[in-house]
Design a protein around this ligand. Structure first.
Ligand code: DTR
Ligand code: ZN
Ligand code: ZN
Length: 325
């Protein structure tokens, strides 16, 4: 979905070359006109985030559904469906030019895996990390929880490659294992970081359940700058948001927050009940859960609201483009 933003879409390379002299002139003018104009100029200089195709995100969800169907009905830690999900995503990232690595750990007597994908370039002293947990519960395929976040992060990473985005910061993307066992994969990742490595992470963006069938629009109320970026995006859409308050400690942002790393993220709701007020502002059904199939076998490809998935996927890209320095 296109946002009503004043920014133009990222011009193709040829037009970008022609535009460079104009951009340089803009920079000189900004210097002459002073800080306020400079702020305006630098804001204008941020490339517009690309639209993330909800069709592409849903195709990834279909692929994850197929993985679960072919592997006992789930993509849970320690089950074949999890590693098959990781290999599917890794293959797309490798083909798109990312430097991928698999971090192994053990939990509950089973081997778990995190997938890390680095986009070459940028200041490795300033890393913007974007992630989602890839595992499901054993009860079902976990398409909303958390195929939705995994697919949106994947399509944003692929958009970075497709558009040739090379921001000041170093971009890293991650898909965590064993979140459902207590954020085991992300805790493992953070525990292995040295103090110096932790200091390089300027922010961690977490996306866990962003396509709920009776959706809400909750923004993590942790780091103010990250929260503001997400709220700006939804304001541009004319969508009201609410702070995500009960999520503290309930997803993969928690280990990063506990390590003093700025965190933020989005959530479309789980088994809590949508109020009348929330239904009035967001649509959907009051008195029903945001996701009645939370942690159940019915969390399948039909357990997704396409509008929520589309809006949240675009919000992932908007945040990456605007927080990448
Ligand atoms: N713990 C997540 C789902 C979840 C429940 N509340 C929140 C709040 C913020 C993010 C995620 C969640 C899971 O079951 O994977
Ligand atoms: Zn869950
Ligand atoms: Zn989840």
């Amino acid at each position: 979905m296109r946002r009503n933003t004043t920014r133009r879409p990222h011009p193709p390379r040829a037009r970008r070359r022609a535009a460079l002299p104009l951009a340089a002139l803009g920079g000189v003018l900004a210097l002459l006109l002073g800080p306020a104009a400079q702020a305006g100029a630098s804001a204008q200089a941020v490339a517009a985030a690309p639209d993330i195709s909800v069709t592409a995100v849903k195709a990834d969800l279909k692929a994850l559904q197929d993985v679960a169907t072919a592997n006992g009905g789930n993509r849970a830690h320690g089950r074949p469906g999890y590693r098959a999900s990781l290999d599917l995503i890794k293959g797309k990232l490798d083909a798109a030019g990312f430097t991928t690595s698999i971090q192994q750990f053990t939990s509950g007597g089973a081997t778990g895996y995190n997938l890390i994908a680095d986009w070459p370039g940028g200041d490795t002293g300033k890393v913007l990390l974007t992630g989602a947990h890839l595992d499901s519960v054993t009860a079902g395929p976990g398409i909303n929880d958390n195929g939705s976040g995994s697919a949106a992060v994947l399509e944003t990473a692929l958009a970075v490659s497709r558009t040739g985005f090379h921001p000041a910061k170093h971009l890293r993307f991650a898909w965590w294992g064993a979140e459902e066992l207590g954020m085991v994969g992300s805790k493992n990742y953070v525990s292995k970081l040295t103090t110096a490595q932790r200091a390089t992470i300027s922010g961690y963006l977490n996306f866990d359940m962003i396509g709920s069938p009776n959706p809400g629009y909750f923004v993590y109320d942790d780091d103010p700058a990250i929260e503001k970026t997400f709220k700006q995006y939804f304001t541009g859409l004319g969508v009201v948001t609410e702070p995500e308050t009960e999520g503290d400690g309930r997803s993969d942002h928690a280990p990063f927050k506990n390590a003093g790393i700025p965190v933020g993220g989005l959530f479309s709701g789980a088994d809590y009940i949508k109020t009348t007020k929330q239904a009035a502002q967001w649509g959907g059904t009051a008195g029903k859960a945001f996701d009645a199939c939370y942690h159940r076998s019915c969390d399948t490809l039909t357990n997704i609201n396409d509008t929520a998935l589309d809006r949240h996927s675009d919000a992932v890209a908007y945040a990456v483009w605007n927080l990448a320095g």
